[in-house]
Design a protein around this ligand. Structure first.
Ligand SMILES: N[C@@H](CCC(=O)N[C@@H](CS)C(=O)NCC(=O)O)C(=O)O
Length: 207
C-alpha cells in the first residue's frame, strides 16, 4: 500500500492527494510537519534528508519533492493521459510544473504568510504589496496561457501540470484582499471544480 507522509493541509501534500484521487489509488497517510510531528525527527530525516513533506513510500520506493511524486505516480500507473511518454508533450507538462515549483510558488510566499496565515514575521506592508504584485503578474501569465491553450494549462486535456498550477490558482483565490480579475483563470477554476479530487483537496482542502 502506498504511504504518504505529510499533513493534509499542506499545498504540496495536496498535490499528491489530488493525484491519488485522479488515479483512484488507495493510500495510507501519516501526519508530519505543520502542527504535527517535526520533520527534524531522525525517522523522518531517514526518508527525506531535506526535511520537507510530502514524502511517499511506494512499496519501498521512497520519493520526496511533490511534483516529482506526481510525475512518478502518474507514470508508474501508466496514466499517459496525464503525463505522456512522448518527450515533447511530456516536457511541455514538466515545464509548467517546474515553473510552478520554482517561480510561481515563491511569488506568493510573503503575501500568503502575512494575509492568510497572519504570521507575525511577515507583516511588512511593503513586502506584502510587492509579493502581491509579483503573484498577480504570474497569475496573469497563467491567464494568457489559458486564453490560447484550449482549457487546461497545456492544451485541451487535463494533465499532471494542472495539479500543480490548479493548486496555485486556488491559493491566489484564497488571498482575502481585492485583486485583479482574470477571466480565463476564473473559468479554469470552475473547470477544475468539476473534478472530485480538486473539490476535495483544492477548493475544500484549505487555502
Ligand atoms: N519543494 C518542496 C517543498 C515542500 C514544502 O515546502 N513543504 C512544506 C509544507 S507545504 C514543509 O514541509 N514545511 C516544513 C514544516 O512545515 O515543518 C515540494 O514541492 O515538495
Amino acid at each position: 500500500m502506498l504511504r504518504i507522509h505529510g499533513y493534509a493541509q499542506s499545498i504540496n501534500v495536496r498535490k499528491v492527494l489530488w493525484t491519488c484521487a485522479e488515479l483512484a489509488l488507495p493510500y495510507e497517510r501519516e501526519d508530519w510537519a505543520g502542527p504535527f510531528r517535526s520533520t527534524a525527527d531522525p525517522t523522518f530525516r531517514s526518508l527525506n534528508p531535506v526535511g520537507m513533506v510530502p514524502v511517499i513510500d511506494d512499496d519501498g520506493t521512497i520519493l520526496w519533492e511533490s511534483n516529482t511524486i506526481v510525475r512518478y505516480l502518474t507514470a508508474s500507473r501508466n496514466r499517459h493521459d496525464l503525463l505522456p511518454d512522448d518527450p515533447a508533450p511530456r516536457a511541455r507538462i514538466e515545464m509548467w510544473m517546474d515553473w510552478q515549483a520554482s517561480d510561481f510558488n515563491n511569488s506568493w510566499r510573503v503575501a500568503f504568510q502575512g494575509l492568510v496565515r497572519h504570521n507575525p514575521d511577515h507583516q511588512d506592508a511593503g513586502a506584502i504589496e510587492r509579493s502581491m504584485v509579483t503573484f498577480a503578474g504570474m497569475v496573469g501569465i497563467v491567464d494568457e496561457q489559458l486564453a490560447i491553450s484550449g482549457g487546461y494549462i497545456c492544451g485541451s486535456q487535463f494533465s499532471a501540470a494542472d495539479i500543480a498550477i490548479g493548486l496555485s490558482v486556488h491559493r491566489w483565490r484564497s488571498i482575502p484582499v481585492p485583486k485583479p480579475r482574470f477571466d480565463h483563470v476564473d473559468r479554469y477554476y470552475e473547470r477544475l471544480c468539476e473534478r472530485a479530487g480538486f473539490r476535495q483537496h483544492g477548493r475544500d482542502g484549505g487555502p
